[in-house]
Design a protein around this ligand. Structure first.
Ligand code: NAD
Length: 304
């Protein structure tokens, strides 16, 4: 018995890298998989049939998979993610939003189109599949009156949670996906759908664009049972577990999976606060109050 037997999953951007690792892992645990990939370059140019490569790997290992070549940021084209799952395998249970591109440079060198395309693939390309999935599950829930048990696992990045030089497009897109995850977890809770996000780290086409990056590894190149901390599939067991029935109590969570570490990211939390007792603040006094009581960059002096 596999922990995902009977489930049908869609993994976006699964032609290469981390998405290929997720698709292989979900299939290994019994899920049937729609392998989506636009098949373009790492900067998002062109298109191709790279999804076929992952479908073949899964089939060669005894699993079931079909290819889908939609651009995840194209609203009409991405409706096929859900309809292909239903047509090929009769149902749709799990959505893993993983597709991504990079166009890094410091803001003074970044073109407007580099900002727009990265935001489009990551942020809109996560929202659009979520929207189609939500429509499908809401209809199913209305018809049966029962929780549908759906799963969404989005992909964030440490860069989005902490900032990263040269990524004023990518980092805010990933931070927004964390916020989308939390908000959507509230909206889909009553349907019985969990929404979480995973932050991976691996030697892929994306990291290969950075200076001194390690060589690209594809997850099927790592022999079964061999540990490689940069294997694109190191975060895939967490994704498979979040996709399972066992994880039905976990929603709205942001979790990084870096090499052998699984790190629960605590959300924005209230820090030190000041209160002006029902009066409007005075801008000329605010600097001192913030420095002493919020930022703690100035000694408050003797107070009692
Ligand atoms: N590699 C890392 O260390 C790392 C760290 C944090 C987050 N991530 C995230 O992991 C995800 C996977 O990236 P990767 O590192 O495996 O890179 P990758 O280039 O190997 O994989 C990304 C895949 O997405 C596909 N894709 C791109 N645009 C698409 C679109 N519009 N529609 C459908 N498919 C599209 C690409 O063709 C590619 O196969 C990305 O969201 C990335 O931001 C990666």
């Amino acid at each position: 018995m596999g922990m995902l037997d009977g489930k049908v999953a869609v993994v976006t951007g699964a032609g290469h890298g981390i998405g290929r690792g997720h698709a292989m892992e979900l299939a290994k645990h019994g899920a049937k998989v729609v392998v989506n990939d636009l098949g373009g370059s790492v900067t998002g140019e062109g298109s191709g049939r790279d999804a076929d490569l992952t479908v073949k790997i899964i089939q060669d290992r005894g699993g079931e998979a079909v290819a889908n070549y939609a651009d995840v940021s194209d609203y009409d084209a991405a409706a096929s993610l859900v309809s292909d799952a239903v047509e090929a395998f009769g149902r749709f249970d799990i959505l893993v939003n993983n597709a991504g591109i990079v166009r890094d440079s410091a803001i003074w060198n970044m073109e407007e189109r580099d900002f727009d395309s990265v935001i489009a693939v990551h942020l809109k390309g996560t929202w659009v599949p979520c929207k189609h999935a939500a429509l499908h599950w809401r209809e199913q829930n209305k018809a049966s009156g029962a929780p549908v048990g759906g799963r969404i696992i989005n992909t964030i990045s440490g860069a989005g949670l902490t900032g990263n030089f040269g990524q004023t497009n990518y980092a805010p897109a990933k931070a927004a996906i964390a916020s989308l995850t939390q908000t959507l977890s509230l909206e889909l809770y009553k349907l019985g759908v969990t929404v979480n996000a995973v932050g991976p780290a691996a030697a892929t086409r994306i990291t290969a664009t950075m200076p001194n990056a390690p060589a690209v590894i594809e997850p099927d190149e790592v022999p079964d049972g061999e540990w490689n901390r940069m294997d694109p599939a190191v975060s895939s067991p967490l994704v498979a577990w979040l996709a399972s029935d066992e994880a039905d109590h976990v929603t709205g969570q942001i979790i990084r999976a870096v090499a052998e570490n699984i790190i629960w990211m605590t959300p924005w939390a209230d820090g030190p606060a000041i209160n002006n007792g029902g009066k409007r603040w005075d801008a000329t006094k605010l600097g001192m109050q913030l420095a002493t009581d919020v930022f703690k960059t100035r000694a408050p002096g003797l107070r009692y």
